[in-house]
Structures are given as C-alpha cells and as structure tokens.
Design a protein around this ligand. Sequence first.
Ligand SMILES: Nc1ncnc2c1ncn2[C@@H]1O[C@H](COP(=O)(O)OP(=O)(O)O)[C@@H](O)[C@H]1O
Ligand SMILES: [Mg+2]
Length: 301
Amino acid sequence: MLQGPPGTGKTLLAISLAKAYKASYYIIDGSPDLDRRDIEGNWELLKGETKFNYGPLTLAIKDANNEGIAFIIINEINAIRENEQISLNSLLSENHINLISKGFEKHELNSESKLIIIGTMNKGVIGINKLQESFEDRFIITPEISYPLKNKEIDIASQISGYKKKIAEIVVDAARQIRKQAIQDYSITKIFSTRLVVNFCMLISLMPPKYLKHNIENVIINKLGTTTEEKKSIAMILDGKMFETKLKEELISKKTKLMSWECKLDKDSLDHLLTNTKACFTNYISKYGRSNAFRHNGNIM
Ligand SMILES: Nc1ncnc2c1ncn2[C@@H]1O[C@H](COP(=O)(O)OP(=O)(O)O)[C@@H](O)[C@H]1O
Ligand SMILES: [Mg+2]
C-alpha cells in the first residue's frame, strides 16, 4: 500500500513495477460509485441472452494462473466504499474470490502463482472513506511516499520533459518554496506536486515564451490558489524568486538546443508523415473493419 501526497509518483511506481516483471496489470480507479460487481465481473443482457463480463480481479487471477504473475493496481483505494473493500479481503488473505453475481463461484489463484496487489492512497485528503482496519491490515508493506529530494526532482523533471536542467531547477526551486509555505502556515492549501512540476516544464517547452506569463497564471497560480488570498501569496513567492524573469531568460537564451516550438517540418517530412499516417489508417480499417474504427459519435477509436 503506497501512501503519500498526490502527484508523488505512486501510481507510476506501481505500473513500473508491473512492467519490470513484464507482467500484465489491471488498474482499478477507486471511487465511491464502484460496485463489487464492477471489479469482480458482471452479467450483461445481450439480445435476450446473458453473458458474463470478467472484471479486473477475475482477469488478473486468470493471467496470474497462466503466466505466473500479474498485478492489480488500485488507485485511491480509500475512496472505495467499505462494503466493497470487504470483497477484496478474501483475495488478499486467502488467494481466492467468490463471485457475488455468479452464485459465489470460486476463482482461485494457483499456489505457485503470484498476484501482486498494490493500493495507492493520498494521505490527508478529507471527505473520503476510512480504510477498514481488517482491510488495511492485509497489506504487507505500507511505505510512505513523499516528494523526492531536490536534485532528484530536478532530474525527474528534466528527464521526463526532455528539457534543460536549468529550467527544471527554477521550477523545482519555486515548487519547494510553495510547499514549504503550505506546510508552515496553511496559507496555501493545495500542494505543488511533482506531477505539476513535470507538467509545467513540459508545457513551457512546448509553447513559445510569449505564453509564459499566461501559463504561470493558469497552470500554477489559478490551479493551486483557491481563494484570492492564496493566489496572492503564491504570486508573491514566485515574484520573490523572480520566477518569470529567470524562466524567460532561459527560454530565449540561444545556448539552448532547438525548442520543440521552434522545430518546423519541411515539406518532404510533412508529406512523408501524412502518407505514413494514411497507410496506417487504411491498414487499421482493413484489419478491424470500418464499423470498429469509428465510435457511434463518429470519433476514431
Ligand atoms: N517520483 C517521481 N518520479 C518520476 N515521475 C514522477 C514522480 N512523481 C511524480 N512524477 C510525475 O508525475 C506524474 C503523476 O504521478 P502519479 O504516479 O500519478 O502520482 P500519484 O499516483 O502519487 O498521484 C507521473 O506520471 C510523472 O510524470
Ligand atoms: Mg495516483
């Protein structure tokens, strides 16, 4: 069970683990609307006949039995209603589930197979269910995930956004100052997450510098600040750090490699790209059929 503030990479860590094992994984997004039947599987009435749709739990058991290992990742696990939490109990401790909607049919994990269940939850978020003690107890390890150390966070932001380290440094520095203030006197209630650091770095690398001010306002100030006071105090911290000025300098400095927004496609590359895209699309339609390529509203699947 991974616990910690939002946007600290809990889900990413869980997915990365599953990928490292080359295992199949199923993600369940916890919400109070989630029904036991959604995660176990449910019956559907189709043209007068009923058909059982397997849910993520039953599919994961099947995969684990076939392939030796599978993962179930349950995001925001504490948003799941207490009754539905119970349905996971027998899987966690006794390696099987009894399907409520299928006459309590038993689905069991082979003794030599591994099914790894990772729950993630945002600590300290108000207004959601408590985890049942019996349920929480069944998770073997419950590490606290927190924000990375400064240099690590800079590495993460520059690696993921593929952007200059100096820019990541400026953004991380501001993020940490805003976090500090949030913890000190609660004058800022939303936390500047690593996710936001990464997203902001990516965004400014994709857009010309003339949008910088607009991006700072909309992506940082308005997003983190709920009240006018909060917005003011975030803006003040950013000003104190000369956030916009420093970033602008970096963005327009010619020492930088070509920015994404400066890259222009020449005509040949564009023609090549279009021809390839059309070929892929035609191929897709011939393979899956026109009716499967479009949704009912006309969007392409
Ligand atoms: N420690 C980290 N390492 C790498 N990327 C991170 C880290 N923390 C946050 N991120 C970035 O933030 C995004 C969202 O993280 P996520 O796993 O959804 O957070 P959480 O589940 O804790 O809310 C990731 O896709 C990644 O881009
Ligand atoms: Mg998450």
